[in-house]
Structures are given as C-alpha cells and as structure tokens.
Design a protein around this ligand. Structure first.
Ligand code: GLN
Ligand code: ZN
Length: 749
C-alpha cells in the first residue's frame, strides 16, 4: 500500500511565497533571488513529504501565481495582448496574471475564477490562438530533478487535458473540444519529456470529472486517455473535489495505471471501482481531506476500508482527497492555540503523518471490523423566528416614514479607507505598545473624520467606516466562543493574496456585543442615520474552516443566532438601519446542480434567522458582491431583506436587462461606481447610469451607492467620488421633480 498527497501548499511556513513574489514585482528582488526562493520552497515541500515517510513524493504544483495558468504557458498558450518573446518565462507569466509588464506596459490580465467550490481562484487560460510558444516544461523538470534527488519514487502532477480545456476560455464562438487534437499532441510531448527525465508517476488531475459534464465531453474521455497511454511512466488519473460524475464503468475502463477518487465524498464509488478495476490497475483513495483542518478519524476509516485494503493489497494507494493547498502549512507554528483545540486539528504537515499512520492501521487491521453508522439530523429554527413581524410592503411604508429619506437615497457599503495612522496604531496596540484607551482615541478620530466627510458630501445614510476591522470574518470570530483564529494559518486565495480563515471548533455563542459600542460612538456624531454593519451567517460560514461532526446547516444556524443577538442589540441601541453583508452567499453553492436547492434552503433560513428579529420599523439591508444573481434570484428574494445593494459596475448592461425581465420586489441599490478601479467616477456618467437604472427600477425603490466597500481605495479618490455620487443623485431628483411640475402645469392648462 502506497501513500501520497495530491499536492502541497506553496506559501511556506510564514508566507515566504507572498513576500518573495511581491518583492520581485516591486523590483526589490532580482530574478536570481526569485529562483533561489523558488528552489527553497520546492525543497521544503519535498522534505516535508520525505520526512513524513510518504512512499511517493509529489511535485509539479508549484507556481508563482497559479498552476493552471502556468501549465497553459508551459503548453504554449499566451494571448496576443501579453505575448512577448523577449520576456523571460516568469515575466511572461506575471504579465498574463497581473496585466502589467515589468516596464509598466499594461494589458488586461487573464480573468480570475473560483476554483471548484473552494476559496482559491485560478487564472483562466485563453486558448483562442492555439499554442504560440514551443512546449516549455522547464519549471516542472526542475522540480522533478529536486524530487529525484530525494531518492524516493517521484510523482509529477499536472492538470488533466479535459479539465484544462473545461476551465479555459476557448475563444469567442469557438467549440472548446475543437482544441483537443492540438492539446493532446502537446500533452503527449510533455508526458514523453517527463518520462524521459525520470518521473515514475504522472498524476493527471481531472476534477472536472466531478462536475455535471455534458455527454459530448464525457464521451471524449476514452479516446483522450488512449491517446496518452505510455509504458515508460505510470499515469494516475485523479478525480477530486467531489464524487465522480463520470459513469464508474467508463472510469474503470480508462487505460491508466491508477485511478484516484475521493473516499470521503463517496465511499461507495471506491467500493465499486475496487470491484471493477482490471487486475493490473491500481486504485488510489483519498482518505485524508485536503480541505478541512481536522484530524482524520483514522479508526473509523480503518474500519471502513480494512476489507477493501486486504482485497486490493499492493494495488491500493491512499492519499489526500485534493491537493493540500487549501489548508495551512504546519500546526506546529500555532503557539497561541489551546491544547484541546490543537488536539482536533491537522494542517498540511500533520496530514502527511496521518497518511502514514493510516497505512499502518490498515495493514494491521484485524478482520471483521465493522464501520460505525453515521448520520445526524438538524433541528431547524421555528418558523416564527424566521419571519419578520410585518410584510415587506407594510414595513417599507413604515420605514420611509421613520427615516424620512429623500427619493434616491445615497449611501455607501461600509468600509472607508484604512489610513496609515490607523494601521500603525493597530500594530502598536497588538504589540502592547499602545494601550486600549490610546487605540480607541485613534479610532474616535477616524470616526469623526469619516462622519464629517460623509456629511460634507451630503450622503443620506452614513456608515462608521469599519476602522476597527481588518477583515469582515476574523473580526467577528474574535467575539464568538467556539470559533478560533490562528497566527500563521494562511491559505492562498489567488496569486500572492492569502486569507487566514477562522476555525469553527465547537458550538458557537456570542461572548458579548460586537459592534454596539462603535455604532453608538458613530451615531452620536450625527443626526443622520448610521447603519449598523454586520457580516451575515452564511458568509461567516463560507469563509471559515467548519467543524464536520455536525451538519453545515446546523453550524449556519448557530452563527445566525450570534448575528441575531447583535441585530437585536443594535436595534435597542438606536440603529434604524442594519446591514447584514452576504458577499459569500453565492459562492457557497455546491458544484452539483442537484444540491443547489438544499443549500439555498438553509442558507436563506440562516439569514432570516439572523435578521427577522428586527422590528418592522428597522430597515434590514444586505450586500452582495456580484450582479449575476439571476440563477439565485429566488433565494435572494427569500432573504426578505428590505434593501439590497449589489456590485454591478462590471456588468451594468447585464443587470439592467435582468431587472427588466425580473423586477426585484424590494428596494435595491445596484452599485453606480466601480470601487475596484482608482478612477473617480464622472458625474455625467453617473447621471446617465442612474437614468438607465430608472428604466427598470421604480424611483421609490432605487438607492444610489458604490458597488462595494471602500477600504482598498484612498481618501483622495473617495472624497471627490462621494461628492459626484451625491451630486448625480441630486440632479436626477431635480430633473424628475421639474418634469413632474411641468406635467402638473400642462394638466392645469
Ligand atoms: N461592509 C463591507 C465593506 O464595506 C462589505 C465587504 C464586502 O462586500 N466584501 O467592506
Ligand atoms: Zn461587496
């Protein structure tokens, strides 16, 4: 029985990856220094696998930005706008990934897209022109050479051809599968070079085989893998991120040395494949999660798989379910975590040890071990807790009266620029160099400034600016029992961007009010309404590592109760508007269509549980960072919020068309200004967009706001932008009342 992982984190123990690559981009590091750092990280990744005692050492998944885009470049695919043969390979990749070249030249970057149902984002390769550079797998060969020096059996991992094609952009109007013949030819060359260079195994990742693939694609699998067959290297086809959707008989018949499936997502598939695989093929089962931070339940796994292990003998491999890139590097770095919490956790390094332990347990397992039965039920919240006291129609009337806002009210999404003073003060406060009172003074100065700027600009509904938060999830996690934050628990989000998700380790409860004091301080500075500002339960869930011993739905309700208590306290403290952000609602959608309805059912319930406690006069806002919400519109309506603000600026036309067909039944604020761009929006353009929105949204329902929080902008951009936004709303309002007056006038005469 052999042990292996599907891939390893790239960041290094202390985000050395980020520091290095950003240093190179800023011109502080030379290309040589970049190469040295690459080699160092690659060696650390190999050493970890060797030290743990894995049978196969896996390499090939390092990249200074994204392995999929890097692989596209290896194959020779480069869009015309980035193509420059005078660039070295790293600079060519960075130009494609970042849209800027070392000399400052710019061209739109490859698009980023979510990697399956994870919080990692990959760059979408563009295949339109076909390969334009010769095959160049030199980075892979360098990794291979390092791994071979360890003396272990070496496995090189690359994206499988069908998944690569599925995730890429084939070009406008092109039929993706038309790229297949050329692509396969490149793959054959690449496999030959890897075999020649001494790879023992090549792992072809085909996570697309866990998606709802069209039959036209499925029917290609056999021909593709026949075309790649080789005798000088073993191919492992790995299906990850869920149970295979490809018929198991098709999978079992593919001519590869080993098939890998996720034994946690679908134990039954592993059983069936063990039966069906021809005798000379091996089965690899993912038994240690590449995505969860929990220790595996090795005893249960042993009980479940002992018989199968005996049956397959040396035809069995055990591995991780996915690459370990989704979990932090090493739990040993976490000095501040409680011992009982640590005892539940395993990060990448620990997971390698678990594989080796599991191998021993499975080898020595006595016959006739019975697997325990699982299954947990959720007790859903009562309908009364989920329902606001009055209907949306009557609430909106009350709220309009209570708030006395003008037509087309203006507001912002929550955060304002984090100033250097604020960052400095926070760092000093964390280190104990600044006491609590001193830190709060800095925050108070910020609140005064932030409120003054909004009042001067004439914004109608104000925010406090979120100076006390660095992150919209971690901030709340620090107030919730059962949720812990780590010191070094970073995982890659995209490129050099990393996130440090909190960990939900037990039952959740709010320790104390989280935002009430800062709300009070901000509201005391102005007579205009200040919004209470919270992160919603679904986003708290989707951006954390979640315990797996109870259903996700149950955890969502526990988080919802924490937020609910905060909503009630904010209301009691005088908040007339409370915004509950759910930017991660949509990204939590399961990969398989068949599971969408169930997710949306409990996700909307969680939001309602969090917010329905508000009285009818209190206005509940929510915010989402996407405009393409057509596919989940019913769920968004079911949230029963009074006002929704959306990101739109990159898909204005699409949203307008959508709203024309499907009117939203409450107030709505499609973002009129793109906060992702440093440009200050032009008042005339804002007016034009607002007029356009008014063709599909009744004026009484339309809010005017930017499309997301402003924390990544600076004040020099934000202040004039606010003035332009308020001015645009005023002009549209005046034009409308002038028009109404003219009409009334005409009617009289
Ligand atoms: N209130 C948050 C902010 O303005 C919302 C962030 C988000 O949508 N991701 O920063
Ligand atoms: Zn947003």
């Amino acid at each position: 029985m052999l042990t292996h992982c599907l891939g390893y984190p790239r960041l290094g123990p202390n985000r050395e990856y980020k520091r290095t690559v950003e240093g190179y981009w800023q011109g502080d590091l030379t290309l040589e220094a970049l190469d040295t750092a690459r080699l160092d990280l690659i060696r650390q990744r190999i050493d970890a696998q060797v030290a743990a005692g894995l049978d196969l050492v896996t390499v090939g998944d390092f990249s200074w930005y994204d392995p999929l885009a890097d692989w596209g470049l290896s194959l020779g695919y480069v869009p015309a706008r980035h193509h420059d043969n005078s660039l070295n390979r790293d600079d060519q990749l960075f130009f494609m990934a970042r849209g800027v070249r070392w000399d400052g030249a710019a061209a739109p970057a490859l698009r980023l897209r979510k990697w399956f149902d994870t919080n990692y984002h990959y760059l979408v390769p563009e295949l339109e022109r076909g390969p334009v550079r010769p095959l160049d797998i030199s980075p892979l060969l360098a990794e291979l050479a390092e791994a071979r020096a360890s003396g272990r059996t070496v496995k090189v991992v690359i994206p499988g051809p069908l998944t690569f094609l599925w995730l890429s952009d084939a070009g406008a109007g092109a039929e993706p599968l038309d790229h297949l013949p050329v692509l396969i030819e490149r793959y054959r060359q690449a496999l030959a070079e890897l075999a020649e260079a001494g790879a023992d195994w090549i792992q072809l990742d085909e996570p697309a085989f866990a998606l709802d693939l069209p039959v036209t694609w499925i029917s290609q699998a056999e021909a593709v893998y026949h075309g790649l067959q080789r005798h000088d290297v073993k191919l492992m086809l790995a299906v990850s991120y869920g149970a295979p959707t490809l018929p198991l008989s098709t999978l079992a018949a593919l001519p590869v040395a080993a098939l890998h499936v996720d034994g946690l997502a679908d134990p039954a598939a592993a059983e069936v494949l063990a039966e069906r695989l021809p005798p000379h093929r091996a089965l690899s089962i993912g038994l240690i999660s590449g995505r969860a931070v929990w220790r595996g339940d090795l005893n249960t796994l042993t009980a479940r798989y002992a018989t199968l292990a005996r049956r397959l003998g040396d035809r069995l491999l055990i591995g991780t379910t996915t690459s370990l890139q989704h979990v932090p590097w090493d739990l040993a770095s976490e000095q501040a975590l409680a011992a009982d919490v640590c005892a539940k956790l395993a990060f990448a390094r620990q997971k390698l040890d678990e594989l080796v332990t599991l191998r021993a347990l499975l080898r020595d397992a006595p016959e006739g071990l019975a697997a325990p039965a699982g299954g947990q039920t959720v007790s859903p919240p009562a309908e009364t807790e989920l329902t606001r006291a009055e209907s949306r129609e009557s609430r909106i009337v009350r709220q309009r009266q209570a708030l006395g806002l003008p037509l087309l009210p203006t507001t912002t999404i929550g955060s304002f620029p984090q100033t250097a003073e604020l960052r400095r003060a926070r760092a000093q406060w964390r280190k104990g160099e600044l006491d609590e009172a001193g830190y709060q003074q800095v925050i108070d100065r910020y609140l005064q400034e932030c409120i003054r700027i909004q009042e001067e600009a004439g914004v109608d509904v104000l925010v406090h600016g979120e100076p006390e938060r660095t992150d919209m999830v971690e901030f709340f996690a620090e107030f919730i029992d059962g949720m812990v934050t780590t010191t070094y628990g970073w995982v890659q989000s995209y490129g050099s961007r990393c996130v440090k998700p909190p960990i939900i380790v037990g039952d959740l409860s709010r320790r104390q009010p989280m935002t009430v004091a800062i709300f009070r301080r901000a509201q005391a500075l102005t007579s205009r309404p200040v919004k209470g500002m919270l992160t919603g339960p679904v986003t708290l869930l989707n951006w954390s590592f979640v315990r797996q011993d109870i259903p996700r739905e149950a955890v969502a309700y526990q988080l919802a109760r924490c937020v609910r208590e905060e909503v009630a306290d904010l209301e009691a403290a005088g908040a007339r508007i409370i915004q509950v952000d759910e930017p991660a609602l949509r990204e939590g959608l399961p990969l398989r269509q068949s599971q969408h309805a169930d997710y949306l059912r409990w996700a909307t319930r969680a939001f309602r549980l969090a917010t329905a406690v508000a009285g009818p006069d209190t206005q509940i806002h929510t915010h989402m960072c996407y405009a393409t919400f057509g596919d989940i519109l019913d769920a968004i309506v079911a949230l029963d919020a009074d006002v929704i603000t959306l990101e739109t600026s990159r898909a204005q036309g699409e949203l307008v068309r959508h709203l024309a067909r499907h009117p939203y039944p409450a107030d709505i604020g499609p973002g009129v200004w793109d906060v992702h761009s440093p440009a200050v929006p032009d008042t005339d353009q804002l007016v034009a967009f607002i007029e356009r929105l008014l063709t599909v949204i009744p004026a009484e329902r339309l809010w005017i706001n930017p499309d997301c929080g402003l924390k990544t902008r600076n004040w020099e951009e934000v202040v004039p932008s606010l003035h332009h936004m308020v001015e645009a709303a005023r002009r549209v309002r005046e034009a409308r009342s002038a028009k109404a007056a003219r009409k009334a006038d005409e009617a009289v005469h």
